[in-house]
Design a protein around this ligand. Structure first.
Ligand code: GLP
Length: 264
């Protein structure tokens, strides 16, 4: 990143404090928009990274009256092929980690459909884009980052103008998923993902990265050149992006941002 001062990077002491901050941002947006009588359209991510965010959102719902009735969600991606009821599906992940515990109407939940025949996928992807637009676009997109630099499942080679589509997964992404699937042969080699353009059209984007495992790719994505080799690097071109890191994930950045968080 050439002009680091312009970037909105927040580094928190640990994953808990970083996640609480992100959950608070999402909750405030929901409250603000519902007070205006408006829906909140969230783009949601899966993986280990957002789990504590979702846990805190559930706590806010259960103990502090945060309602999700006016929330509409679009998930970034789903494996393909994948049955919705499969334990490894992102649909199951979202049910277990968020949806089963809050009062969001089920018709407000959108996740790419991994059950479709190949011939039906393209139309489904176009409809997914249209539905996002019909709701007025994403108010806030929550992102993790894969070790290939992917956002959603936009693997190296993805274009900045890409939209929702069927993609092939990178070998590193597949090997990172082996633990979840119990063997490389069980990991799907394809997925349906929102595109880079779909993501970057969100009004606000929060990229959350936690742990030492992400330090190297965070350094490349934030301080390296902008290139389709590291799709997350495209985010450097957009002003509506906030990077929320724990100290470990930030540990390879040239600038020490640790003092940046004075008002979490
Ligand atoms: C998957 C998801 C991404 C996520 C990434 C990182 O590949 N498709 O959206 O950001 O994993 O996962 P984790 O948070 O478990 O490191």
């Amino acid at each position: 990143m050439n002009n680091q001062e312009e970037k909105f990077i927040k580094v928190y002491p640990n994953s808990e404090t970083a996640s609480l901050y992100v959950a608070g941002r999402i909750a405030s947006l929901i409250v603000k928009k519902s007070e205006l009588g408006q829906k909140t359209v969230l783009g949601l991510a899966t993986g280990a990274t957002p789990k504590l965010v979702y846990k805190e959102l559930i706590r806010l719902h259960q103990y502090e009256g945060l309602s999700f009735k006016s929330v509409v969600t679009f998930n970034l991606d789903e494996y393909y092929p994948m049955q919705a009821v499969d334990e490894q599906s992102y649909r199951s992940f979202m049910n277990v980690n968020l949806f089963n515990h809050v009062d969001m109407p089920s018709e407000n939940i959108h996740i790419p459909d991994g059950t479709l025949n190949l011939e039906a996928v393209q139309a489904h992807c176009a409809l997914y884009e249209k539905k996002i637009q019909d709701f007025g676009g994403l108010d806030l997109q929550l992102l993790g980052i894969g070790r290939t630099g992917h956002i959603g499942f936009n693997e190296p080679g993805s274009l900045v103008h890409s939209t929702t589509r069927l993609v092939h997964l990178n070998d590193l992404t597949i090997s990172d998923a082996i633990a979840d699937f119990g063997g490389k042969e069980h990991v799907p080699s394809q997925a349906i993902t929102m595109g880079v353009k779909t993501i970057t059209q969100a009004k606000e984007i929060i990229l959350l990265a936690l742990s030492q495992r992400k330090a190297d790719i965070i350094q490349q994505a934030l301080e390296g050149g902008i290139s389709s080799h590291i799709p997350a690097s495209f985010l450097q071109q957009f002003k509506n992006v906030e990077y929320v890191l724990d100290q470990e994930a930030a540990s390879q950045l040239a600038t020490n941002y640790c003092s940046a968080v004075t008002n979490p």
